[in-house]
Design a protein. Structure first.
Length: 322
């Protein structure tokens, strides 16, 4: 008597543990969780970039980048990251069924439409969840005086609005009283308009904030020269030359002081080395790093920099120079 009556393959019987509908719902749930995690990741990453790149944003604003360009920059980065992740995930997702087809007899269905949908969804995740931090970057006022200071300079050098530039510089110095470049440039403007006492205060702040920079001493030297304090002016200008021997305006101003003191020979030597046309914008972090950042010259408010010599920087609207 045979114990085994009939042997049949188990593959003929359906698996009762999970029906097709349940499996489909499980995959949809898994995909939803994956998209949510990707969205949180994109939002967090772009937000972190914005918080860590405030100086770069300030530089781009200073040289003329519009809010739209700043927003587009970070939104593009968010989309590229999410799109790259979507493409990599799609490749890996397709690699699994193809591998099973190659190494086994089983045929897992492969849908090209699914790959297209995955990449499209990844891009949409970048657009949707990158928009908020990108907009925040465009509206960000970096806690850094460089960008409002250079915006004030552009008001003068590009737009020719002296009063507007002075108003903006006063605002910068009130908000950032220890920021030497703005104090120095404000002092220079005040001196040109005959406000000697105001210029003296600005140059004193410049020296206090940057005691190892020659600019403040040159400004104070010119103030004392106008007050006819020749000895004081000579000391300030000598200090500037000691700090920066090639500062032509310092030599020129010292030559003028020596002329008034009757030291003709020394005065001629200093005037020969110096130049009255070497007024400059005090070097600052934006000027030092300006070459690392660019905006399109076709921007309506394009602001460029040109380097004349040494550390002398100026604004100009001649696009051929950039």
């Amino acid at each position: 008597m045979s114990v085994i009556g009939k042997v049949e393959s188990l593959w003929r019987y359906p698996v009762k543990s999970m029906r097709g509908e349940e499996l489909h719902e499980a995959f949809i749930g898994f995909a939803g969780v994956a998209i949510l995690l990707a969205a949180i990741g994109i939002y967090g990453l772009v937000s972190y970039w914005v918080s860590q790149r405030t100086f770069e944003i300030g530089v781009r604003v200073a040289i003329g980048a519009t809010r739209r360009e700043i927003r587009l920059q970070f939104l593009t980065e968010a989309v590229l990251i999410s799109l790259g992740g979507g493409i990599i995930g799609t490749i890996l997702g397709l690699a699994v069924p193809f591998s099973i087809r190659i190494f086994t007899e089983y045929r897992i269905p492969i849908s090209g439409l699914s790959a297209i949908i995955a990449i499209t969804v990844a891009s949409l995740v970048g657009v949707i969840f990158g928009t908020v931090p990108a907009t925040r970057a465009a509206q960000l006022d970096p806690n850094d005086p460089n960008w409002p200071y250079h915006a004030a300079l552009a008001r003068y050098y590009v737009d020719g609005d002296v009063q507007g530039a002075m108003t903006e510089l006063r605002a910068v110095t009130q908000r950032f009283p220890s920021y030497p470049p703005a104090q120095y440039r404000l002092g220079d403007f005040l001196l040109d308009f005959g406000d000697v006492e105001g210029a003296a205060r600005a140059f004193e702040q410049t020296i206090a904030g940057a005691p190892k920079a020659a600019d403040g001493y040159v400004g104070m030297g010119e103030v004392l020269l106008r007050k006819n304090d020749l000895d004081g002016a000579a000391r300030q200008l000598a200090q500037a030359i000691a700090l920066e021997p090639d500062y032509k305006r310092a030599h020129y101003m010292l030559g003028r002081v020596l002329q008034k003191q009757g030291q003709t020979e020394r005065a001629e030597q200093e005037l020969a080395v110096g130049s009255d046309d070497s007024k400059r914008v005090m070097l600052d972090p934006v000027a030092e790093h300006i070459g690392e950042y660019r905006v399109t010259p076709d921007s309506p408010n394009f602001r460029g920099f040109c380097k004349k010599c040494g550390k002398d920087w100026c604004y100009c609207n001649d696009k051929d120079k950039h």
